[in-house]
Ligand binder design. Structure first.
Ligand SMILES: [Zn+2]
Length: 157
């Protein structure tokens, strides 16, 4: 399913902003948690940083998989199973919000993973300077396509 819209709650953006600041000029990223509404919107409710064993570089980030899994499991449990992993975010230190070939390859790998709870995981790309983000998901051709997205002040579950 391709989502009609992605809503990102404000605390998610705040987490991403804090992590980007902490990473200075390097890439950083982490998992996103949320849910899919009945009308095909995806709501991102939680984000985590890269974790203690992550490797942040100037043009790539390798997130700490154990940390990401623990984070997603905790939110899943606390929400009585309503919230689950929906994709990843990462920060581009430069101006471009376009996904790299590596970004597309990474998403194809995640989408093919048998334990991935969503058929179409999203990839949110963020930049700090002139703050902005774009959300992508894999289309039927297996390429990353833009999904319209916006910030949401808060949510009621
Ligand atoms: Zn990237």
């Amino acid at each position: 399913m391709i989502y009609r819209h992605v809503f990102v709650v404000r605390p998610v953006l705040e987490t991403i902003r804090d992590e980007a600041r902490r990473a200075r000029y390097r890439e950083t990223g982490g998992p996103l948690v949320g849910y899919i509404s009945e009308d095909r919107a995806l709501v991102v409710t939680h984000a985590s940083g890269p974790g203690p064993r992550a490797q942040l570089r100037f043009s790539s980030v390798l997130i700490d998989g154990v940390h990401a899994q623990t984070f997603c499991d905790a939110v899943h449990r606390e929400s009585q199973g309503r919230l689950d992993y929906v994709g990843d975010w990462h920060r581009h230190p430069g101006w471009s919000l376009r996904p790299s070939d590596l970004d597309a390859t990474a998403m194809r790998k995640i989408a093919a993973f048998e334990y991935c709870p969503v058929r179409n995981p999203i990839s949110l790309i963020y930049r700090s300077l002139h703050e902005a983000f774009i959300v992508y998901t894999l289309n039927h051709e297996g390429e990353l396509a833009v999904i319209p997205s916006s910030l949401m002040p808060t949510i009621v579950l």
